[in-house]
Design a protein around this ligand. Structure first.
Ligand SMILES: Cc1ncc(COP(=O)(O)O)c(C=O)c1O
Length: 407
C-alpha cells in the first residue's frame, strides 16, 4: 500500500503490512524456516548492531509475522493522530497467546517491589497470572472498583509502588465496561503506565489509543483471527523506542513468539474482519432482544441493552455493543449445565469470536481457577452462561437457544 494512513479500515484489513514478495507470491508465504542467511559476515554485524534491517531467527520474527504485526498496528491507530497532528505510529509484536502478550507487557513495565492497579472481573487467566505468578516475582496487584474513580485515586495516592494500570473492557464474562478516557486520564496524571485489553471489542469497535493509553493487547485467538484456527496474542505500544528495545528483548528472551503458520492464519482471518464483525454484532443484538424476553432467564448482560449498568459507557466509547453477552438462568448451576447439554446447533466450547456461536459456563470452565468468593464478587454466578454470537442465520441461532431453554 502506498500511503498507509490514507486508506480505509477495510482496505487496511486486506493490504496493510503487505510487501511485495521476491517470487511475486500474491500472499506472503508461510516462512517455515528457523533461521535466515546473511549476504556476508559484515551484513550480520550490521544487522546485529541494528544498523540494517533484516530477519535473523524465527523466534525474533519472520515476514509472515511482520505483515500481520504491521496490519494490526495500523488498525489500532486508524484515524488517530499524535500530539503533532501526524498519523499515530504504533508498534505491534505478535505473541504465542494473549497470555504471553500480557506477560511481556507486565514484565517490561514492572519489577519486584512494584504494583499494578486493576479491577474485577478480568479474564480468568489474567486474574490467575496476577494471583499465582506475579506475587512470586515480587509484583502485586491492587484490585479496586474502576467504576469509582475516587477510590482508584485514593488507592494510587496511598501507594507509591503502584506503577501500572490494567484495564480490560468490556470484561469477561459480565461485560462490565470501564470508562477508558476517565481511567486513563487519572492513571496518566499519576505517571502510571496504562494498558487496555481490547480483545472483546477489537479495533473495529473501540480504539483505546484514542484515550492516550500506552499499550493495547489482544488475544488474537478471538475475533481478529475470527475462525478459531490459531491461538495468538498481540501487544501494541505507542512508545516506539521502548517497544523496539525493552519490550522486544522481553518478548524474545521469554520465548513468547508466535510462528509463521499461525501468523498466516491470523492475517487471512483479518481480511474479512469488518464483514464478520458487522454480522456478529447485528446477530447479537437480535439474540439479546430474544433472551431478555425469555421467562427462563433472570438477567441478560448485553451492552446494547439499556438495562446493562454500563450501557452508557459502552455507547460512548464503542461503535457497537459487540457480539458477546452473558445471561443468568433462573435455575442456577444445574439449569446452566442442562441448557448447554440441550443445544443442537450452538457449540459448547470455551473461547469466543469464532464464526459459529459458542456457549460456555464460566463458573465451571474459564473461571474455575478463580476463588469462589471472588467469582461471586465479580458477578460470575453459578447459573451464568456466556454466549459468543456467531454469523449463522439468525433464525437458526434463536431457534436452537429457544428449544434448549424451553424443553
Ligand atoms: C479478554 C481476554 N484476554 C486475554 C485472554 C487470553 O488469551 P489467550 O487465550 O489467547 O492466551 C483471553 C482468553 O480468553 C480473553 O478472553
Amino acid at each position: 500500500m502506498s500511503n498507509r494512513h490514507d486508506k480505509g479500515f477495510e482496505t487496511i484489513c486486506l493490504h496493510g503490512g503487505h510487501k511485495e514478495e521476491s517470487n511475486r507470491a500474491h500472499l506472503t508465504p508461510i516462512y517455515a524456516t528457523s533461521t535466515y542467511t546473511f549476504d556476508s559476515a559484515e551484513q550480520a554485524v550490521n544487522i546485529f548492531k541494528g544498523n540494517e534491517q533484516g530477519y535473523v531467527y524465527g523466534r525474533f520474527g519472520s515476514p509472515t509475522i511482520n505483515e500481520v504485526e504491521e496490519k494490526i498496528a495500523l488498525l489500532e491507530a486508524y484515524g488517530l493522530s499524535n500530539m503533532n497532528g501526524e498519523p499515530l505510529e504504533l508498534k505491534a509484536i505478535l505473541h504465542a497467546s494473549g497470555m504471553a502478550a500480557a506477560t511481556t507487557m507486565l514484565l517490561s513495565n514492572l519489577k519486584a517491589g512494584e504494583k499494578l492497579i486493576t479491577h474485577y472481573s478480568l479474564y480468568g487467566g489474567t486474574q490467575e497470572l496476577l494471583d499465582k505468578i506475579l506475587p512470586d516475582l515480587g509484583i502485586e496487584a491492587v484490585i479496586v472498583d474502576f467504576h469509582d474513580p475516587k477510590a482508584v485515586e485514593d488507592a494510587i495516592k496511598a501507594d507509591d509502588a503502584i506503577n501500572l494500570m490494567y484495564i480490560e473492557t468490556p470484561a469477561n464474562p459480565t461485560l462490565q465496561c470501564i470508562d477508558i478516557a476517565e481511567l486513563s486520564t487519572l492513571g496518566k496524571s499519576y505517571g502510571l503506565v496504562v494498558c487496555a485489553d481490547n480483545t472483546f471489542a477489537t479495533p473495529y469497535l473501540q480504539q483505546p489509543f484514542k484515550y492516550d493509553v500506552d499499550y493495547v493487547m489482544h488475544s488474537t485467538t478471538k475475533f481478529l483471527n475470527g475462525h478459531g484456527t490459531a491461538v495468538g496474542g498481540i501487544l501494541i505500544g505507542r512508545d516506539l523506542e521502548k517497544m523496539n528495545t525493552v519490550v522486544t528483548k522481553k518478548h524474545r528472551l521469554l520465548g513468547a513468539n508466535s510462528n509463521s503458520f499461525e501468523a498466516f492464519l491470523l492475517n487471512n482471518g483479518l481480511k474479512t474482519f469488518p464483514l464478520r464483525m458487522d454480522k456478529h454484532c447485528s446477530n447479537a443484538e437480535k439474540v439479546a432482544e430474544f433472551l431478555s424476553q425469555h421467562p427462563a432467564i433472570k438477567k441478560v448482560n448485553y451492552l446494547g441493552l439499556e438495562s446493562h449498568p454500563d450501557h452508557h459507557i459502552a455507547m460512548a466509547q464503542m461503535k457497537h455493543a459487540g457480539a458477546l453477552m452473558s445471561f443468568e438462568l433462573k435455575g442456577g448451576y444445574d439449569a446452566g449445565l442442562s441448557f448447554i447439554n440441550k443445544l443442537q446447533l450452538c457449540t459448547s466450547a470455551v473461547s469466543l469470536g469464532t464464526p459459529d456461536t459458542l456457549v460456555s459456563h464460566p463458573a465451571s470452565t474459564t473461571h474455575v481457577g478463580v476463588k469462589p468468593e471472588d467469582r461471586i464478587k465479580f458477578g460470575i454466578t453459578d447459573g451464568l452462561i456466556r454466549l459468543s454470537v456467531g454469523i449463522e442465520n439468525i433464525n437458526d441461532i434463536i431457534e436452537d437457544l429457544n428449544q434448549a431453554l424451553t424443553n
